[in-house]
Write a protein of this length. Sequence first.
Length: 203
Amino acid sequence: MPEYKLIYFNARGRAELTRWLFAYGGVNYVDERITREEWPDKKPNIPGGRVPVLMIGDKPLPQSLAIARYVAKEVGLVPEDNLKAAYCDALADTLAEMMGKVYEVMMSSKTEEEKNQLFKDEVYPKAMVPVLTRLQKRLSENEWFAGDKISWSDIMISLVFGEIHKKKTEFIDPFPAVMGIVNKVRALPKIKDWIAKAPETQF
């Protein structure tokens, strides 16, 4: 494999999925974390001026989902069947859209009380429940999202809904098959090890 360097802020955010994929595959990489104070000086030298960026040798790959798809393929987590692979892509896009609505509220200037009310009244019922309902049905009928083998979709499900569960257990508990994947992935030795040693960050 080539030398990898993942460039992002000192946060989980849009780079954590790739970190989990690297962990699953046991891949060595440089995890470059940029602080807010460093960003103005670093930004002009970042390809495209945005992060995350994955340096593959001297070649930059931008966009968080493109990076995750590439790494997933490298570590054997993209299904060989083209339709199953497309379903994984569709789920990644769906979860990214859902999390966009979550981040929109989280990063707003509203009070914590107002944010919690928005999550309860708008984000959860309209953005999250439809996704969770479809996942619950699919995961009740299959061992993993794409069938009988783990894929990068399962890693993403565990990351996204596991983090939400930490803060809002009542949001995810009604969907036991989803929680089953959350827990099954987090119990994988290499993922468990990464979670234990990953830097604590706010987001």
